[in-house]
Design a binder for this molecule. Structure first.
Ligand SMILES: [Zn+2]
Length: 289
């Protein structure tokens, strides 16, 4: 049997490929509303609809958009939005090889191509997501000129990214309009920088209770812990990388409950939290040459 255990030296030790995300209901109507909301600040909505959607985390919204996601040939997804290649069967990342390289000037340059299909508003949204990361770290997203490894940002179906730098061209999908929130873009960029979801941390059981009986049986794999190095950083309920309270719920009951205080808000979609930025700085040794 081929071992699919992968060591990503710094942050995410063991990665276990999982089955594809099954199909759920259509999200077209919601996507349309999200688009309107982004452009018109919600003025067109009923109040209760607005409140409901304002409580969504980046991951809630990603899972909604990805609910009909079918993996392109040769790819699969785990935890709802992290792509990996069947062909390679594993993400091979000995040591820090999946991290983007640091330049001699202390910055980590991440070249990207942005699909010409995006309109001006899309571009602003995506570039805002980049800015939210780069303004607090040594990561710099730069339009690709000649670099061999780069993010190819396209409006494919769904919001998803590979984990870390894969080498060469790597697709990062931000569907329009469904994924067009800067916090969602930042979430996917953090995957591309090498981060898994916050509640996948090896120490998560100290901070949250996973309510296994409320999880759709075929989605239980999305709650596996990863053997992460947690970078000596506190558990972050407000990480943009945290699942929402009802992620992959079977019957609407919570699947993740914070502890000891079950009412602590978890997840958000505004953008990287201060601790998210801190973790990027630690992982990439920003400020340390
Ligand atoms: Zn994600």
């Amino acid at each position: 049997m081929v071992s699919r255990v992968v060591l990503l030296g710094v942050l995410f030790g063991v990665l276990i490929p999982v089955d594809m995300v099954p199909v759920k209901n259509s999200t077209d109507v919601h996507e349309g509303k999200l688009r309107l909301k982004r452009k018109y600040s919600g003025e067109l909505f009923e109040e209760d609809e607005l409140m409901d959607r304002d409580e969504m985390t980046a991951m809630d919204q990603i899972l909604e958009v990805n609910s009909r996601l079918r993996a392109p040939r040769g790819l699969s997804f785990r935890e709802g939005d992290i792509a990996y290649s069947y062909v390679r069967s594993a993400i091979n990342c000995p040591g820090n090889a999946c991290l983007w390289p640091k330049s001699i000037d202390g910055f980590v340059y991440v070249p990207y191509l942005l699909s010409p299909v995006y309109d001006d508003m899309d571009r602003i949204t995506i570039e805002t997501g980049m800015q939210e990361i780069s303004s607090g770290t040594c990561i710099k997203f730069i339009p690709r000129t000649h670099e061999a490894s780069f993010l190819d940002i396209q409006p494919r179906y769904g919001c998803w990214s590979f984990l870390g730098q894969t080498g060469g061209s790597q697709t990062l999908s931000l569907q329009t309009p469904g994924c067009m929130w800067s916090g969602i873009a930042a979430h996917e960029f953090m995957h591309a920088l090498g981060f898994v979801h916050e509640q996948s941390r090896s120490d998560r059981d100290h901070y949250v209770t996973i309510v296994w009986k409320n999880i759709l049986p075929e989605q239980i794999h999305n709650f596996r812990k990863q053997a992460t190095n947690n970078l000596n950083s506190p558990y972050d309920y407000s990480s943009v990388m945290h699942y929402g309270r009802y992620a992959f719920s079977e019957d609407g009951g919570p699947t993740i409950i914070p502890k000891p205080d079950p009412y602590i808000p978890i997840g958000q979609r505004d953008g990287p939290s201060p601790l998210d930025l801190h973790k990027i700085n630690v992982l990439y040794s920003c400020g340390v040459n």
